[in-house]
Design a protein around this ligand. Structure first.
Ligand code: GDP
Length: 454
């Protein structure tokens, strides 16, 4: 559902790539594009404003990262801020110390509450819980029956009033068919009596927000004291999701949000606004009509999906984790002065290899898809061989490769189990590369590869 938002954000950030320095004008232009992309995706205006101002402030505030170039730094900032508006940490269900845990569902009609009750029950059951669904939507014709069908499919028992008789549940507990509060209470009693450890209460929705609906939902809440009240909202309703969320936050109060219909082709702004506007975490996401189209909502995963750069982001993370700034700085200085040694080269190579198999690292670079053929030829075995050759050299040879004459080459080849021509190739290429890098960094007037985003 985030396809067009994702395309636009990726596009906005792509323009920054390859720039050694970012001017304030570059950042302003990128922020303008991000702003348009978010507004077009139906994210609410105050949320967009706050988001953009944080990005601007951080990007212009020059967060320096030795491991990242300026464009990567901006991607990192946008990603972190996106995770922030999506709620930061993953928020999980808080189970009651003394079961049963009571989870109440609230939301407009058609939001997907009944479907969710089944999915949630199914999911909890898979984790070893024993859930009971309680049918308190006594308004909509057929709602009770719908929950029973859903429960059957999910293989989760349903507590429901018997139609017409005024008698509830599975027989024994008397409740009035027209009174959802009594049904809810009886459902909880049933769970206690039969040792179900989670109760999921499905409540009635309306087509629009109204006072009576809110009162009914808050009466059920007061009577059952739920551990979690989940506000279920259809992500496809756009800006209305925010208004509805505010009304429910006011009228019923809730502890978490469930976004449904994320499989739809809507613009998805709801996902990005609800948390920021209500201050309540998004806890689950529902993305289809099947029982398994449901998952815990992870802000970080959602952000990288929206940015459409999951791989680039993990590359950034790994680079930050493994980058030794001092070492890189020292190597960069040597490069500018044409003094890089094979020892430095080996160290740099080892640093990069700490990030994982080389094919994976290169494969994570943007545009790697189009270079599949080339990448498939770069393998770790080749690098192992290069490492072995350098390790077969004496410290003196590594520091001053010029002394590596024919007899030394033969000794190195024998010692590291390769042919002399492989040693020749490595040494020749090293000299070529050293010359080229020194010339390039001289021309570009910078301190080598390790530019800082100042
Ligand atoms: P309720 O009135 O809140 O109980 O909503 P329902 O559970 O009856 O759902 C309303 C409609 O939305 C039904 O046709 C569901 O099959 C459909 N639905 C619910 N969740 C999803 C979802 O995540 N994706 C899609 N595509 N449809 C859904």
């Amino acid at each position: 559902m985030f396809d067009s938002l994702s395309d636009r954000l990726t596009g906005a950030l792509k323009d920054l790539r390859g720039k050694g320095r970012l001017s304030d004008a570059d950042i302003d232009r990128t922020c303008r594009e991000i702003r348009l992309a978010l507004l077009e995706a139906d994210v609410s205006l105050p949320v967009v404003r706050a988001f953009i101002s944080r990005i601007k402030e951080r990007a212009k505030g020059q967060e320096v990262s030795a491991a990242l170039n300026p464009a990567q730094t901006v991607v990192k900032i946008v990603n972190e801020e996106l995770i922030g508006i999506l709620g930061g940490e993953t928020r999980r269900i808080q189970f009651a110390k003394n079961p049963p845990t009571i989870i109440m569902l609230a939301g407009l009609q058609g939001a997907g509450k009944t479907t969710l009750a089944g999915k949630l029950g199914h999911w909890l059951k898979k984790q070893g819980h024993t859930p009971l669904l309680v049918a308190c939507d006594l308004q909509r014709p057929g709602a009770v029956q719908q929950l029973q069908i859903v429960g059957e499919r999910a293989e989760v028992p349903v507590f429901a009033p018997h139609p017409g008789t005024g008698v509830g549940g599975e027989g024994e507990l008397g409740v009035t068919a027209g009174d959802p509060v009594s049904v809810a209470k009886a459902g909880v009693e049933e769970a206690k009596a039969k040792l179900y450890d989670v109760v999921i209460i499905d409540t009635a929705g309306r087509l629009g927000i109204d006072a009576e609906l809110m009162k009914q939902a808050s009466d059920i809440r007061d009577a059952t004291q739920p551990d979690e009240v989940l506000f279920v909202v259809d992500a496809m309703i756009g800006q209305d999701a925010v208004t509805t969320a505010e009304a429910f936050a006011e009228g019923v109060d809730f502890t978490g949000v469930v976004l449904t219909k994320l499989d739809g082709d809507a613009r998805g702004g709801a996902a990005l606004s609800v948390r920021e506007v209500t201050g309540r975490p998004i806890m689950f996401a529902s993305s289809g009509e099947k029982l398994d189209d449901f998952d815990v909502f992870h802000p970080d995963r959602m952000a990288s999906r929206i940015l459409g750069m999951g791989d680039v982001l993990s590359l950034i993370e790994q680079a930050e984790q493994h980058w030794d700034a001092q070492q890189a700085e020292a190597a960069a200085t040597k490069i500018t002065q044409g003094e890089l040694t094979l020892e430095d080269f080996l160290e740099q190579m080892l640093m990069i290899r700490k990030m994982g198999p080389i094919g994976n690292i290169l494969g994570m670079l943007p545009g790697a898809g189009q270079m599949k053929d080339v990448l498939s030829q770069v393998d770790d075995k080749q690098l192992d061989r290069v490492q072995a050759i350098i390790r077969g050299m004496t410290p003196e040879e590594r520091a001053n490769p010029k002394i590596i004459n024919a007899s030394r080459r033969l000794r190195i080849a024998n010692g590291s189990g390769v042919t002399v021509s492989e040693v020749n190739q490595l040494v020749d290429r090293f000299f070529e590369a050293r010359k080229m890098m020194a010339a390039m960094s001289g021309r570009m007037g910078m301190g080598g590869v390790n530019r800082k985003s100042k």
